[in-house]
Design a protein around this ligand. Structure first.
Ligand SMILES: [Zn+2]
Length: 372
């Protein structure tokens, strides 16, 4: 099996990075017309900056308002608009679902893709895949692309103004990166590219976890005050670049499969990808039989930054046996990354680990409350 590593062609991050968007695109040889799929707040915050940066770079552009869900319907709608605009480059500006949609449009039209995340809520921006949902918000499928984005541009002044909950969700997604990659590396399974892992992917995934532990809480304080600090810059890089490269070239395991399972429960739909992944990670660590000290370290981090680690915190107040098995069976569906574990993964094993993770989370919360 060949080792495979992939990454965006260029990654740009910093305060007011949007001012350089046009210039960075020209440096990469990208040509207009530019078609921007934009979330609401991205458009509100960046419209004036786009006007200037694209005028300065001599690129024509148009803006398409995102409909709210990365579904096949939404992708088709944006694709038709991009064709009408004769777009040569597709830019996504907004949250994860906006970028997933713009990536799908770029791929289907065989055009260059630029991702401008306005939140650091997931590791999607650097990847060559989209998570596509059904119109009612359930998980539909992954779309895999031939190439990673040509450019990922992260404006930390914009990220600092986003709701703190989104940054925290990104930490939940990033928190799982190292543990999932480590499992895939040790089990000698395939990464998301269908190849063997590299030592580079392992090192980046590990650095991702170390950065979260070192900077997570301080970065959260920065976002609560809407300011850009070095800790926020490092954390945004961990959530976006390290986690993105780490999961794709390092691989996924139980944590993301449990996320997919949880989406079968409608009460979890208002919770974010990274929030469900954090619970999926606790489930993974328990299923793998990891040490109490490691599980405690991860749970402490979740508590410190406000990530959910009980089912109730994900909207599931009461879970029937059927509801539990529905989640567990979805997590074990053929092709799920749960099967990257070095042991046989069954619905019963996942169901037991979910219950154990929930119980552990409840006791942890009760202990923390009594400490106060
Ligand atoms: Zn993820």
């Amino acid at each position: 099996m060949l080792s495979i590593f992939c990454a965006p062609a260029r990654y740009v991050q910093g305060r007011d990075a949007t001012q350089s968007l046009g210039a960075e695109m020209v440096k990469l040889g990208l040509e207009g017309p530019v078609f921007i799929v934009a979330g609401k707040s991205a458009r509100r915050l960046l419209d004036a900056t786009w006007q200037k940066t694209f005028a300065d770079a001599g690129l024509g552009y148009s803006v398409h308002d995102f409909g709210g869900e990365c579904s096949r319907t939404e992708i088709e709608r944006a694709k038709i608009a991009a064709q009408a605009a004769q777009a040569q480059v597709i830019v996504g500006a907004g949250g994860g679902k906006v970028l997933d949609t713009s990536r799908a449009v770029a791929s289907e039209l065989n055009k260059e893709a630029v991702n401008c995340p306005t939140v650091a809520s997931s590791d999607a921006p650097c990847s060559a895949l989209s998570v596509v949902y059904s119109n009612d918000g359930g998980f539909d499928s992954y779309f895999f692309y031939k190439r990673n984005p040509d450019l990922v541009l992260v404006d930390t002044a914009v990220i600092a103004r986003a709701p703190a909950r989104l940054l925290v969700a990104g930490m939940g997604d990033a928190l799982a990166t190292w543990f999932e990659a480590k499992t895939v590396i040790e089990a000698k399974k395939k990464n998301q590219l269908g190849g063997a892992t590299t030592i580079s992917a392992g090192a980046l995934a590990k650095l991702c976890y170390e950065t979260l532990i070192a900077d997570g809480a301080m970065a959260l304080e920065a976002v609560k005050s809407q300011v850009v600090t070095p800790a926020l810059e490092r954390l945004v890089e961990a959530n976006t670049l390290l986690s993105g490269l780490g999961f794709e070239s390092g691989g996924l395991a139980i944590a993301h499969s449990v996320h997919n399972g949880l989406t079968t429960n409608r009460y979890t739909h208002e919770y974010l990808h990274g929030e469900k992944v954090a619970f999926g990670l606790m489930t993974q660590l328990i299923a793998e039989g990891q040490s109490q000290s490691l599980i405690h370290e991860v749970a402490s981090f979740c508590f410190a930054v406000g990530l959910p680690f009980t089912l109730a915190q994900l909207g599931i107040k009461k879970l029937t046996d059927e509801g539990l098995m529905q989640i567990a069976q979805r997590a074990c569906a053929p092709g799920e990354t749960a099967h990257n574990e070095p042991f046989e993964v069954t619905p019963q094993l996942i169901a037991d680990a979910i219950i154990a993770a929930d119980r552990l989370g409840q006791s942890f919360l009760a202990n923390k409350r009594s400490e106060r």
